[in-house]
Write a protein that binds this ligand. Structure first.
Ligand SMILES: CC(C)(COP(=O)(O)OP(=O)(O)OC[C@H]1O[C@@H](n2cnc3c(N)ncnc32)[C@H](O)[C@@H]1OP(=O)(O)O)[C@@H](O)C(=O)NCCC(=O)NCCS
Length: 297
C-alpha cells in the first residue's frame, strides 16, 4: 500500500484480489460504472490467476480508480503472441479529471514491460484515451453465409456452468483447447469464457462427446450464431450443426472461420467498441477477423 502527496486521501494497492473487502470494492466499481456483475466469477473458478489489479482506494475502502492487466496469449496471423490485456478501467465520477486514470495506466504499462509481454490489447469506446500510449485500433469482422447441410445427427448435451460436473468439464476443455482460428484467437482465457456465459442469457453451451468439443452458440430466428468452439481440434460447421441437431438457413460466425470447413462473407462488426493493440512491432490483421465474444474482457 502507498500514498502520495498528490492524492493524500487515497491509498494505492495492487494485487489485492485475495482481500475479500477489496474484491467487493472492485465488483462494486464495475457494477456502478458498467452495470455488470462479475462477482459470480468467484464461484466459476475465480479471476484469471495472472490478473494484476491496480487501484486507488479511499479511507472507507471504496475503490475510486482502477485498471487491471492479465496475461492473454493470442494467435494472430498464425503466430503465437505473448500478449497481456487491460480491463476494468474506471474512475468514479467525483474523482475524474485529476490524472488518476493516467496514473493506473502508467503503472499497468510498467508492469507489462517488467513481465516481458510482447503486446497489450484492450477494448474501448474511447480510443483517444489510449492512442497517446501507442495503441492503435484493429478492425473487427464477423462472417455470414448460407449454412451448410448438417451432417448426420450425433449426440450432444447442454452444459450449465452452475452444475459442478459441467463446470469441471468446461474447465478441462478450456485447459486443453486449441485456438478457434489461426488468424485471431485466444489460446486459453478460461476465466473470461466462464464469466461471459453469464452476461448473455441467450448463449447456449453444448458438449459434443465425439468431438470432445464445447460449442457456444445461439439462434436469432433462422440464423445460427456460432460464438466459440472449445476443443483440441475444431470440428467442421456441418458436424457442429449435426451435433446440435439444428438446420438453419443462415450461419453467422463470430471469429474467422478458417478451421470449420465453411466460408462466409466478412462483415464489419457494428458498434462503438474498438479493439486496440500496442506492440513493439507493427500489427495488422492479414484477413478480416474478430476475437470470439466468449473471450470479451
Ligand atoms: C475514462 C476515465 C477512466 C478517465 O478517468 P480520469 O481519471 O478522468 O482520467 P485522467 O484524469 O487520468 O485523464 C487521463 C487522460 O485521458 C484524457 N481523457 C479523460 N477522459 C477521456 C475521454 N472520455 N476520452 C478521451 N480522453 C480522455 C484526459 O484528457 C487525460 O489526458 P492527458 O493525459 O493528455 O492530460 C473515466 O472518465 C471513466 O471511468 N469513464 C467511464 C468508464 C470508462 O469509459 N472507462 C474506460 C474504459 S476503456
Amino acid at each position: 500500500m502507498t500514498t502520495t502527496a498528490r492524492y493524500p486521501a487515497l491509498t494505492f494497492r495492487q494485487d489485492y484480489f485475495a482481500d475479500g473487502a477489496a474484491w467487493t470494492a472492485f465488483v462494486s466499481l464495475l457494477q456502478d460504472t458498467f452495470g455488470i456483475d462479475i462477482d459470480p466469477l468467484q464461484r466459476l473458478g475465480g479471476p484469471d490467476p495472472s490478473c494484476m489489479p491496480f487501484g486507488w482506494f479511499d479511507a472507507d475502502g471504496t475503490l475510486v480508480a482502477s485498471l487491471a492487466a492479465f496475461a492473454l496469449p493470442l494467435t494472430i496471423n498464425g503466430r503465437k503472441l505473448r500478449a497481456a490485456a487491460f480491463q476494468s478501467g474506471a474512475v468514479r465520477p467525483a474523482w475524474r479529471g485529476r490524472g488518476l486514470y493516467r496514473d493506473v495506466t502508467l503503472k499497468a504499462l510498467e508492469w507489462c514491460k517488467a513481465e516481458g509481454f510482447e503486446a497489450i490489447v484492450l477494448y474501448t469506446d474511447k480510443p483517444a484515451l489510449y492512442e497517446p500510449y501507442g495503441f492503435h485500433s484493429l478492425p473487427l469482422h464477423l462472417y455470414i453465409g448460407a449454412a451448410p447441410a448438417p451432417r448426420a445427427p450425433t449426440v450432444s448435451q447442454s452444459l450449465d456452468p452452475w452444475q459442478p460436473g459441467d463446470l469441471a468439464l468446461l474447465q478441462r476443455a478450456l485447459r486443453t483447447r486449441t485456438p478457434v482460428s489461426d488468424c485471431l484467437a485466444v489460446c486459453e482465457s478460461a476465466a473470461m469464457f466462464l464469466i461471459n456465459t453469464q452476461f448473455d442469457p441467450d448463449v447456449r453451451l453444448s458438449w459434443m462427446e465425439g468431438e470432445q468439443a464445447v460449442i457456444a452458440w445461439k439462434m436469432d430466428g433462422e440464423r445460427f450464431i456460432l460464438l466459440d468452439v472449445v476443443a483440441p481440434a475444431i470440428p467442421a460447421l456441418a458436424a457442429i450443426l449435426g451435433g446440435l441437431d439444428v438446420q438453419p438457413d443462415v450461419a453467422e460466425v463470430r471469429f474467422r472461420p478458417d478451421k470449420i470447413a465453411w466460408s462466409g462473407e466478412p462483415q464489419p462488426l457494428d458498434g462503438a467498441t474498438r479493439f486496440m493493440i500496442k506492440a513493439d512491432f507493427p500489427v495488422t490483421l492479414d484477413t478480416p477477423a474478430m476475437l470470439s465474444p466468449m473471450a470479451d474482457f
